[in-house]
Design a protein around this ligand. Structure first.
Ligand SMILES: N[C@@H](CCC(=O)N[C@@H](CS)C(=O)NCC(=O)O)C(=O)O
Length: 308
């Protein structure tokens, strides 16, 4: 089993998704705490510019986006599975939760009563710095208002509660799946927003389900400093094997950029070393991290040939 190094911070919902997955699988992992806002020099040393949270590092391989990271963890620790045969639509439900549900929950949680709870005790200048950091991060997105989000979340909760009303333990049925984790990290953030979580009150099946998922815990984290993590990358002499499939529009060795298509659209430049329908991998060089392979899911990312 490789050592999974999770780069994360406590208040990050997508990090909570992975922490709970480590709990579900009963795994040990290394925990590197990273800044909540830019600058994040040690993250960027590993990723080449991708700044979203979390990332996972295994030696000199760096994995971006929890959709890909969940597959990676499941591959190395297949039981219990995140993708049970009984729930073929679970990844689709997860994709809905990680995008639509997430961007419904954020404006709902960030209404004044929620902000007051999430950021209690935080000095006003830190709050201003947070707002100034996130504005360009989501520039160009049409954000829901708190009123839009509250109505939409109410409708989603009614559907999720009805799904659970037959007494099933997990969202897709008898088996836990990736769908549970993607919905739960969104709901976890609403619970952090104190009084905003009253929206769960009419939905008893949903609330009981959320308690069950959160009770999975976080597995066994071991603290690691970010300099140590960079040293692990620099000392690694090999990478996970990868190759560029033919017929997908690119060739091995090309100079390309890979950029998220939704928000946080920071391009990462490198040499294409891996490509298939599910994943794209770039090789890049960093003064401190050495030669790293940066992995992204194919879905939700644009690959562009660099002009030479
Ligand atoms: N699709 C990404 C979304 C990650 C994401 O949006 N993370 C939030 C925090 S939970 C983020 O990056 N916020 C800005 C930051 O941490 O710098 C994933 O699944 O990992």
């Amino acid at each position: 089993m490789p050592n999974f190094i999770l780069h994360h911070y406590d208040g990050s919902p997508f990090s909570e998704k992975l922490r709970l997955i480590f709990g579900f699988k009963g795994m040990s992992w290394s925990s590197v705490k990273i800044p909540v806002i830019l600058p994040k020099p040690d993250v960027v040393a590993l990723t080449g510019g991708y700044r979203k949270t979390p990332i996972v590092q295994v030696g000199a391989d760096v994995y971006c986006d929890t959709a890909l990271i969940a597959r990676l963890i499941d591959c190395h620790q297949p039981t219990p599975s995140l993708y049970p045969a009984s729930a073929p639509l679970a990844p689709i439900v997860a994709q809905w939760a990680d995008s639509t549900l997430f961007w419904t929950v954020i404006p709902c949680a960030m209404q004044p009563a929620g902000v007051a709870h999430i950021f209690q005790g935080v000095p006003p200048e830190v709050l201003r710095a947070f707002a100034a950091d996130r504005a360009p991060f989501t520039a160009g997105m049409k954000r829901q208002t708190a009123a839009d989000a509250t109505a939409n979340l109410g409708a989603y909760l009614t559907a999720l509660d009805a799904q659970l009303a037959d007494g099933r333990h997990w969202l897709m049925g008898a088996d836990l799946s990736i769908a549970d984790f993607s919905v739960a990290h969104c709901a976890w953030y609403v619970r952090r927003a104190g009084p905003v979580a009253d929206i769960f009150k009419p939905h008893g099946h949903f609330s009981a389900w959320l308690d069950r998922v959160l009770a999975l815990g976080h597995g066994t984290p071991q603290k690691m400093r970010s300099e140590e993590a960079l040293a692990v990358a620099a000392a690694s002499t090999s990478h996970a094997s990868c190759s560029v499939a033919t017929g997908l529009g690119f060739e091995a060795g090309q100079a390309v950029t890979v950029t998220p298509t939704d928000y946080g659209q920071d391009p990462v430049a490198g040499t294409l070393v891996g490509l298939c329908n599910d994943e794209v991998v770039l090789r890049r060089q960093d003064d401190r991290a050495g030669t790293v392979h940066v992995h992204f899911p194919r879905a939700g990312f644009q690959i562009k040939r660099e002009q030479t």
